[in-house]
Ligand binder design. Structure first.
Ligand SMILES: [Zn+2]
Length: 509
């Protein structure tokens, strides 16, 4: 069954009251328009939400009423697209060829944790005012215990009507949990990676028509805000869309503050392509060659595991985000710039809500790629950074001078002190630095699909000061074998340096 789109042609409307009826049923509308060039499109993308279906001729976009009024002021001819509600009929619901009801979804998430308590935890990240929840499962051996492992995140459907990734994420959770201790490749993932999977980031959008089905799903959330324009932006700063951070946005920013994700992917739909940073500006990412490499790896494997013509949009299934169309306030750029996490955007299907009978084929095409991308978390440069004297783990900046740009450095994280830097193969000089410590630069060679481990000890300034004071005072100290002072009095002073480090100084009087 094919989804039918009705195209209605409208003349340019200039009276705001005449558009009210467009928003009578839903707070968002979908429309298309011809644009002049990239600059023109980027200007319009500041006003409305450009959609993934946009191609080199025709732009597709969503807008709420305020956004649409601003668009109308541009006097660009447009066509409203009315989506006829779809209602696929499944004769049998098996092999993941259906969209669950909201209740089935939450039950499924709970059942994952209940069935595999040793390797799976369910986290309730937050409840929206509708009562619907943002749920995420964490999968790892010793789940919940901080270890020297990279943390990886899959999240899907922040655009509520882009639902291929919703089902693929659920099936991926099921596949990994059932494969653990049975399939070596999956066992290795669970043993070595702290895996987080959130199948549904915008439940109010997906179940706009009610909890029974997803056929009336909306892109925006319940406040008619595009969640993928609602994040702080590297170029435009906080609130690039002029709206308050939505509950969904705050929930995911809180998650990224709590778990230091190394790599993540954000699943969308409407096209079949890997979209890598940046979206907000045309600057190339410092590790652009790594992005092209992992994006091609994803797309190539999808093409190999599917029929002709899947996942080959734009540059053979990959694109630089800004080359396609500009997005301000997107989550991908937020994660890369502010959270030092490598996140790309997966556009999984031309049909935003694929016919459920096509979902098993989409799984076959994508799951090897989904696994490979997770495995990338284990490659590149990694290690643990500690204080050379105390051995305590440290949070330090890990930077490649004359290479890093636009916040492409990373940090080691507490409580373990582990860092993970993903790099295209080559030779790099990496500098580890922290206030109060002497910086250290090491040289490392990186090979694709290989891991280079470099544990680093940083020497604190304060230790040096204490050592120097001790040597200076050493000749003056007269004490017996038990350390008791004899004829001279000594005094211990605690001195706070400008770095805020407390050092112990012994004074002889
Ligand atoms: Zn999307």
């Amino acid at each position: 069954m094919k989804k039918i789109l009705l195209l209605l042609f409208f003349p340019i409307l200039s009276f705001s009251q005449s558009i009210d009826y467009l928003f009578y049923e839903k707070g968002e509308i979908y429309f298309s328009f011809l644009y002049k060039n990239k600059i023109h499109l980027n200007m319009i993308s500041d006003i409305v939400s450009i959609d993934h279906k946009t191609n080199s001729d025709l732009a597709y976009a969503y807008a709420n009423k305020n956004e649409f009024l601003k668009f109308l002021a541009l006097e660009i001819e447009y066509k409203i697209i009315i989506k006829k509600p779809i209602n696929y009929i499944n004769n049998s619901k098996n092999n993941w060829n259906y969209y669950p009801t909201y209740q089935q979804y939450t039950n499924m998430m709970q059942a994952f944790a209940d069935s595999f308590p040793n390797i799976c935890k369910l986290h309730h990240l937050g409840t929206l005012s509708s009562g619907r929840e943002i749920l995420i499962v964490q999968i790892s051996n010793n789940v919940g215990v901080k270890e020297n492992k990279p943390s990886f995140l899959y999240t899907s459907s922040m655009h509520g009507d882009e639902l291929a990734g919703y089902i693929l994420s659920l099936r991926l959770i099921d596949h990994i949990l059932n494969g653990y201790a049975n399939i070596l490749k999956l066992t290795e993932l669970v043993d070595n990676i702290d895996i987080w999977i959130n199948p549904l980031a915008n439940p109010d959008g997906a179940y706009y028509g009610g909890n029974q089905d997803v056929w009336s799903a909306t892109r925006y959330n319940a406040n008619w805000i595009d969640l993928n324009r609602n994040y702080p932006d590297p170029q435009d700063g906080p609130h690039p869309d002029g709206n308050a951070y939505q509950n969904e946005t705050n929930i995911f920013m809180g998650l990224a503050d709590t778990v230091n994700f190394t790599i993540s992917a954000n699943m969308h739909g409407g096209a079949e392509v890997c979209n890598y940073p940046w979206d907000t500006w045309s600057n190339l990412a410092a590790d652009d060659n790594w992005w092209e490499y992992v994006s091609h790896e994803y797309a190539d494997s999808c093409q190999t595991n599917s029929g002709n013509g899947y996942f080959n949009y734009l540059n053979d299934g990959i694109t630089n985000g800004n080359d396609w169309y500009e997005v301000d306030g997107g989550r991908q750029d937020y994660m890369n710039y502010f959270k030092y996490c490598r996140e790309f955007t997966l556009e999984l299907s031309d049909e935003k809500i694929p016919n459920p009978n096509d979902l098993p084929d989409l799984w076959d095409a994508n799951y090897p790629s989904l696994i490979n991308y997770m495995k990338q978390t284990l490659y590149g440069l990694r290690g643990i950074v500690t204080d050379s004297i105390t051995g305590n783990p440290l949070k330090v900046k890990v930077e490649i001078l004359s290479h890093d740009i636009d916040s492409s450095h990373v940090y080691s994280n507490l409580p373990i002190g582990n860092y993970h830097r993903h790099l295209y193969q080559g030779n790099y000089n990496i500098t580890f630095s922290k206030n109060g410590y002497y910086p250290k630069t090491i040289n490392a060679s990186i090979l694709s699909k290989n891991t280079t481990i470099e544990d680093v000890k940083l020497v604190p300034f304060s230790t040096t000061q204490v050592e120097e004071i001790y040597l200076l005072n050493n000749t003056n100290i007269t004490s017996d074998i038990l350390g008791r002072s004899s004829n001279k009095k000594s005094k211990v002073q605690l001195i706070k340096t400008k770095n805020g480090i407390i050092t112990k100084q012994i004074k002889i009087q």
